[in-house]
Design a protein around this ligand. Structure first.
Ligand code: B12
Length: 214
């Protein structure tokens, strides 16, 4: 039987080889890969975040856990990727300036691509002007911002403002996600079109905003 609790613990303490092996075993035994990400891998990082906050662990341990999660994601990713036949539109995606977290952004990218969107990934630490330039050049339908740090709030605000004022073609929609953000801050304070609590909600909201019904 798949040792899911063992997998979670292996990610938390950063035992990469064990975690990869347990991931392979779990999917080999038929555990749904999306469920594995949502119920085991992400919650494992939440435990790591809590321990970091309580100063029970420090940045190096958090880094090792993140690398372990990423190694597990490398096993799971090909199983999550679906070939989408339709192209619904283009999403320019990136983590805001000052922030290097990218695990959530990469998950959002994977799910968007599997749902039929072309994704232009600008990476991490992206300046407002880079978002504006890419959105214009790519004729983006949507700009997706990821922000994990509270210190990133001003950068989210500034980026939304820059996109709105930067002459990006009329109706470009802005969707934001990431642990540091709230619906209220994103939609009311920043004036973005939508906050997404996770990647699946992001895809749903983007489809809604673009009037896509399939
Ligand atoms: C892993 C991790 C790291 C890794 C990052 C590795 C990497 N490649 O990403 C490392 C070790 C490098 C790191 C560094 C730091 N971290 Co850190 N980190 C985390 C941790 C434990 C997990 C984050 C994660 O990947 N979660 C899993 C993913 C899947 O979740 P997610 O990003 O939220 O994404 C989901 C949704 O939010 C959404 N989503 C996200 N983005 C987007 C975008 C769009 C468009 C859409 C639609 C959806 C969407 O979809 C995703 C999937 O459903 C969090 C704790 C936590 N609970 O979040 C702390 C945390 C974010 N880190 C924190 C801190 C403080 C730091 C450091 C400042 C520490 C330091 N002193 O140096 C540095 C910052 C470096 C920098 N400049 O960015 C704090 C932030 C506190 C705050 N309120 O600001 C947290 C919350 C830990 C804590 N509890 O204190 N970190």
């Amino acid at each position: 039987m798949a040792d899911l609790e063992g997998l979670k613990q292996a990610v938390i303490v950063g035992k990469r080889l064990d975690a990869v092996e347990l991931t392979k075993q779990a999917v080999g035994e038929g555990v749904d890969p999306q469920e594995l990400v949502n119920s085991i891998l992400i919650p494992a990082l939440n435990v790591v975040g809590d321990r970091f906050e309580k100063k029970e662990i420090f940045v190096p341990e958090m880094m090792i856990a993140a690398k372990t999660m990423q190694a597990c994601m490398d096993v799971v990713k090909p199983l999550l990727r679906k070939e989408a036949k339709i192209v619904h539109g283009t999403v320019v995606l990136g983590t805001v300036y000052g922030d290097l977290h990218d695990i959530g952004k990469n998950l959002a990218k994977l799910l968007l691509e599997s749902s039929g969107f072309k994704v232009i990934d600008l990476g991490v630490g992206v300046r407002p002007k880079t978002f504006v330039d890419a959105a214009g050049a790519q004729k983006a339908d949507v700009v997706g911002l990821s922000s994990l740090l509270t210190t990133g709030d001003p950068h989210v605000l500034e980026t939304v403002k820059a996109i709105r004022e930067g002459g990006v073609s009329g109706g470009v929609k802005i969707v934001c996600g990431g642990a540091a953000l709230t619906r209220r801050f994103v939609e009311e304070t920043c004036g973005a079109d939508a906050f997404a609590k996770d990647a699946a909600e992001g895809v749903r909201k983007i489809k809604e905003l673009l009037g896509i019904t399939q």
